[in-house]
Structure formats: structure tokens, C-alpha cells
Design a protein around this ligand. Structure first.
Ligand SMILES: Nc1ncnc2c1ncn2[C@@H]1O[C@H](COP(=O)(O)OP(=O)(O)O)[C@@H](O)[C@H]1O
Ligand SMILES: [Mg+2]
Length: 255
């Protein structure tokens, strides 16, 4: 398991990102160790998606640094960050509508992370592998438009995994899923992790964080409010006050 002595794959130090006068991220410091599943939680607007956008090069930092295996990647363009082996999903899923599931997955492999992008035939082989991994193999010939919401999320993960990342950033891939679908999605995350991929996942569902994460970080108003073993973090008084009280109450009511 990842401890302080484990090699950090990704390190953020004092990462700050402002939009106008608002600091969406305000001095965020943490690291992700090789092989771990790190969960990031926090209320809407806490800065979680901004954090992924900063790591993946979509946004430029206003302060601080991000290091990948010890070298700074701050200011690097998204395609270069991806090529280093940092894959991601998007909170708003946008598959290529006119293509099949298999073709969409192959896109990931065609424009993947590895030095040489895969030629088309191998890209389709890779697509078949990742569709099997995420449980979509039996739907690979369908048009994307025929997919249910949970299947679209699976495809989004497949597309990211097809790029062959060493680190995978997942942005709320389980939002809107029911209990059974969440269990299936947890299996999917475990299956991807078992292939040797380090995972940072943003989720709102506490069962996901406790069920699959080695460690959790709570973001609140762009700052790290708490960090540690998931079940311990979820019992932290400040976390309960800032966030969980309201959300737990809603989950108890079945919302
Ligand atoms: N592109 C943007 N332009 C302006 N404000 C933004 C932008 N992206 C995010 N924000 C603001 O930054 C804060 C954090 O947003 P976000 O990272 O999306 O939160 P979360 O993903 O935790 O819900 C919010 O106040 C949001 O309105
Ligand atoms: Mg978000």
C-alpha cells in the first residue's frame, strides 16, 4: 500500500488557479503514489474539476508546481501531458456521435500516450481489449447513440484507458448511476487498476470512496481540508461539518 515512503508519481505543491478574483484552487498540495487509488471529494464548486484541468494541462497555473516523476509539467500543453502517460475522462461525456463504440475506443489508442501512436489495426485490437476490460465488448458494434448513460461512462473510461495511461484521472464517472451500476463501475475501476494503472478519481458517492480508494482528499473552497484513510477522513469532524452532513442526510433520504 502507498505510504509516505512510496515513490510519488504525481506531486502538486501549492497549486493555485484563479478565475477572475475567485481562487478555484488555493495552495493545493498532495501527491499520488505509484499504484494507489486516490479519491478526491468535496462539494460542488470545491475545485475538483479545475484540479484535473490543471494536472492535464487544460489550465495554466497561477501559482505552485505540478511534477510528474520528479519533473515539472506545469505549463505543458494537454497533448504533451497525455503523451507522458496521464489519461483522463471528462465530466461531460462527449463521444463521437456518428461512430460505433469500437471506433470511439480506437480513437483513444490512435492518439494515445505512448511515444509512437498505434497504427489503425493495433488501435482496434487495443480498443477490443479495453472494451472487454470495462464490460462493453458485447456492445462494440453499436452506434454510440444507442448506449445508456452508464455505458457511455464506461466508454469514456475505455477511451481514456486505450491511451495506455500510467495515471488515470476520472471525473465523476459514477455520477447518476444506481446502486447496481455503481457496483459494476467499481468492478471496472478495480479491473483497470489491476492492469497497473494508478488512479485519481473524483466522486460524490461515499461508497465509492470507501470501497475502492486507498486514500482520500477532501477539497473545500479550493483548499485541502482533510487527507488520509477514507473511512477516517469521512469521520473527520471538519469534513462532516463542511460537506458530509448535508450529503449524508440527502443519501439517507434516498436522494
Ligand atoms: N472556466 C472557468 N471560468 C470561470 N470560473 C470557473 C471555471 N471553471 C471553474 N470555475 C469556478 O471555479 C470553482 C470550482 O469549479 P470546479 O472545479 O468545476 O468545481 P467542482 O468540480 O469541485 O464542482 C467554481 O466556483 C467554478 O464556478
Ligand atoms: Mg466537477
Amino acid at each position: 500500500m502507498a505510504g509516505p515512503a512510496a515513490a510519488a508519481l504525481l506531486e502538486l505543491s501549492n497549486v493555485t488557479k484563479r478565475f477572475g478574483g475567485v481562487a478555484a484552487l488555493d495552495g493545493v498540495t498532495f501527491s499520488a503514489a505509484k499504484g494507489e487509488i486516490l479519491g478526491i471529494i468535496g462539494p460542488n464548486g470545491a475545485g475538483k474539476t479545475t484540479l484535473l484541468n490543471c494536472i492535464s494541462g487544460v489550465y495554466r497555473l497561477d501559482g505552485g508546481d505540478i511534477r510528474w516523476q520528479g519533473a515539472s509539467i506545469a505549463g505543458m500543453a494537454p497533448h504533451r501531458v497525455a503523451r507522458l502517460g496521464i489519461g483522463r475522462t471528462f465530466q461531460v461525456v462527449k463521444p463521437f456521435q456518428s461512430m460505433t463504440v469500437r471506433e470511439n475506443a480506437a480513437i483513444g489508442a490512435l492518439f494515445g500516450s505512448t511515444e509512437a501512436h498505434l497504427p489503425p489495426r493495433q488501435a482496434f485490437e487495443r480498443a477490443d481489449e479495453v472494451l472487454e476490460l470495462v464490460g462493453l465488448a458485447h456492445k462494440s458494434a453499436l452506434p454510440v447513440t444507442a448506449l445508456t448513460i452508464p455505458d457511455r461512462k464506461r466508454l469514456e473510461v475505455a477511451r481514456a484507458v486505450a491511451t495506455n495511461p500510467r495515471l488515470l484521472l476520472l471525473d465523476e464517472v459514477m455520477a447518476g448511476l444506481n446502486h447496481v451500476e455503481i457496483d459494476e463501475a467499481l468492478e471496472m475501476v478495480r479491473a483497470v487498476h489491476a492492469t497497473g494503472v494508478t488512479i485519481v478519481l473524483i466522486e460524490h458517492v461515499m461508497r465509492v470512496i470507501v470501497g475502492v480508494c486507498d486514500r482520500a482528499i477532501v477539497l473545500h473552497f479550493g483548499q485541502v481540508l482533510a487527507e488520509g484513510e477514507p473511512s477516517k477522513v469521512l469521520r473527520d469532524e471538519r469534513v462532516i461539518e463542511a460537506y458530509l452532513g448535508e450529503r449524508y442526510a440527502r443519501q439517507q433520504r434516498g436522494g
